[in-house]
Design a protein around this ligand. Structure first.
Ligand code: UDP
Ligand code: MN
Length: 338
């Protein structure tokens, strides 16, 4: 149906790359649904261009600039920046039903059947199965629900500091009320399952429909040697199943990198490595040992001076998860108070 969509979110260029791979993977598995990307204003113009080629709709969401209730909510809870941006997906009321997917997910088979489910359907979280994991969920856009979510968020905050805490607090009957709202784990398979229940992973992992690279290390934090088709660095330390990680990288290198190269045309490239302007980005370059090939590398978040940070903060572009996180702000305040 034309009024159903997959929705994702990317507030910076790294997550935007994840979104590109996700969008491509949905298309490669012939979804008949629309694709929507919500992005933060920090996503660079070339990345926005590529996103517009993959997604039917790319919407810049600037919560701080919105001048509405979201803005007010944000002033009260500046630590929940990305969360407020994610909740924005409920405002896409030109769709009757949507499936939200984290930018660190990869589709490995057609999942259009998810649209047969109702709000709020999601898979259990591997860490606490009475909570749902908010990396993949079915919902119905509604301004009424959106308003209630913001209100809930402002009043109760998030028990885990992110959207999953808020959504589990709000949709708190998920665990017990209606089993049809429990998505099978294969719709949100996180690699954590490999370590916590290896026999089950061996038995069922092959049926995976969506892989979720949950946790601190994302696919884009690795390097990749496109010639040897190998992941660089220490994959053993990774919490990710190496095959899924390779799937992500082979899609990224074969279908997304060429699109980025087109956009960054006049910038230097070597073996598919995307180099962004040095003022913004720190480049990581890895030389594959015993073979002087330089591996694929990804841009890291910029390291800003305190003056640049102040400017960004004043423009409403705080680094909510990093330097400007609630914890760090609190530490600083405590220091002054002493
Ligand atoms: N996200 C984002 N920018 C950020 C952090 C998160 O756009 O700085 C979005 C992105 O869609 C991401 C989702 O929020 O997939 C949830 O965050 P993440 O996947 O990092 O959390 P995890 O699944 O590891 O708990
Ligand atoms: Mn995720």
């Amino acid at each position: 149906m034309a009024d159903e969509a997959f929705v994702t979110l990317a507030t910076n260029d790294n997550y935007a790359r994840g979104a590109m791979v996700l969008g491509k993977s949905l298309r490669n598995h012939n979804t008949s649904k629309k694709l929507v990307a919500l992005i933060g204003p920090q996503v660079s113009e070339p990345c926005q261009c590529v996103l517009r080629m993959i997604f039917h709709e790319v919407r810049v969401v600037d919560v701080l600039d919105s001048g509405d209730t979201a803005n007010l909510a944000m002033m009260k809870r500046p630590d929940l920046g990305v969360t407020f941006t994610k909740l924005h997906c409920w405002t896409l009321t030109h769709y009757s039903k949507c499936v939200f997917m984290d930018a660190d997910t990869l589709v490995v088979s057609n999942i259009d059947e998810l649209f047969d489910r109702e709000e709020l359907s999601a898979a259990p979280d591997p860490g606490w199965p009475d909570c749902f994991n908010s990396g993949v969920f079915v919902y119905r856009p509604s301004l009424e629900t959106y308003g209630k979510l913001l209100e809930y968020c402002t009043e109760h905050g998030s028990f885990d500091g992110g959207d999953q805490g808020v959504l589990n607090g709000f949709f708190n009957s998920w665990a017990t009320a209606d089993i049809s709202k429990h998505l099978p784990f294969i719709y949100n398979l996180s690699s954590i399952a490999i370590y916590t229940y290896l026999p089950a992973f061996k038995q069922y992992g092959g049926n995976a429909k969506v892989v979720h690279f949950l946790g601190k290390t994302k696919p884009w934090n690795f390097t990749y040697d496109p010639k040897a088709k190998q992941i660089g660095g220490s994959v053993h330390e990774a919490t990710t199943h190496p095959t899924f990680l390779l799937d992500w990288w082979s899609l990224y290198s074969s279908e997304v990198v060429p699109m980025l190269q087109d956009q960054y045309g006049d910038l230097p490239f070597h073996s598919g490595c995307v180099e962004l302007p040095p003022s913004d980005i720190v480049i990581v370059e890895t030389v594959v040992q015993g073979d002087s090939l330089s591996a694929y590398a990804l841009a890291l978040e910029p390291q800003l001076s305190s003056e640049e940070r102040k400017m960004k903060w004043e423009q409403g572009q705080a680094d909510y998860l990093g330097t400007d996180s609630f914890d760090n702000i609190k530490k600083k305040l405590d220091m002054f108070l002493k």
